[in-house]
Design a protein around this ligand. Sequence first.
Ligand SMILES: Cc1ncc(COP(=O)(O)O)c(C=O)c1O
Length: 450
Amino acid sequence: MIRELLEARAGEDYDLYARTINPQFVRVLRTIGFDRVWARTEGQYLYDRDGSRYLDLLGGFGMFNAGRNNPRIRAALVEALELETPGSVQLGVSLLPGLLAEELLRRTPPRLAHVLFTNSGTEAVEAALKLGRCATGRTRVLATEHGFHGLTLGSLSASGDPHFTERFGPLLPGFDHVPFGDVDALEQALRQEDVALFLVEPVQGHGVYLPPPGYLERAQELCRRYGTLFAVDEVQTGFGRTGRLFAFEHWGLEPDLVTVAKSLSGGYVPVGALLMSKHVYAGVFDSLEHSVSHGSTFAPNDLAMAAGLATLRELDDAQLVERSERLGEYLLESTRPLRDRFEVVRDVRGLGLLWAMEFAEPEQGSLAWRVMERVQTGLFAQLVVVPLFTKHRILTQVAGYDLPVLKAIPPLVLTEQDVDDFVTALDDVIHKATRPTRVAGLALRAVKAR
Ligand SMILES: Cc1ncc(COP(=O)(O)O)c(C=O)c1O
């Protein structure tokens, strides 16, 4: 049935999407020349209907750590479907959720003792906020400026970026933000001993900002001192992204709450989870009456659980975490020389296969740069993203609204050859992007797209 439908309606992708879902988004894709009709995907590659191959350094916003259409994860899903497993009885439990929870807890510090499954990253964050408040009996939530935790109202209240929050207020009361990396501001905010949880990404995904040395260790220490739960959002950094299974391992942290999602199901089935300490669990699920204090109808569904189990096994068997560390170092080594070669390249940074290149106006000043910034701040990164895609067939993204930062979060199955191809393409694109005529062209397109 699906094959017939796809064949009968082939090529209508954008028109149909515009008519039925989101015409503005389709307009953006058409304006920047990203409106390819996709035929299939595999590993770190996308193929359009003409058979052209594209290198996917966006990885579905980091949900394909194990590679797109991973055959072993798919086989586990087919197997689970064919077994007709007895999931979601609701007033009853089945084996697969417990098995996945056991595997997650086996891979995390002993402080984490229970798992609550969700359908997405933002739901895992919502659960952390709700359960954190209940377990501590406190209402304040502290998060970091420019952090990102999802787009539902609780997560949005924790997100520190006005581009996501404006127009959607009022947000939830009790949320405050401190600068990422600022220990003194954090202590100041915690000292009143009324903060339920401090929610932090180990590496800020928007902009790819790494924590200053000692920051996260100190943050954990301060949280313990002032009775605040230390909540680490690993939705983007989890499952090998940064060269460790979880990014908090880089600093030997032992959080009270950990949120995960994205790559947990190998990109096949929506799934997320909140890992919590015994103390948090006991503070919320404290009686028979409170045994179902939080949850969601579909959350621990058997297909998501089967995909999760297969993904963890695949990360182990294919040694993808080690690969992320190795390829991440190679990517940094290969792209850092561009800092010396181009004045517009201000910084190259990353951890594992979470990578970014930041652009800035050349030191001696550039009229072209200023013209562009007047049209839209951070536009230069788009000047790089667009030809990387249209000319070199490499899919990347700008690291956040208005940020002059190019970002890559590819599937961890990336090869050295892919990195080499990316570096060659980057060199060409940055070289051309600094030409004033190119700048004017893009500025015009950006104005038209508004
Ligand atoms: C750190 C972080 N937290 C939460 C989320 C929200 O996850 P989801 O898109 O699955 O709701 C994201 C999504 O990008 C994220 O990067």
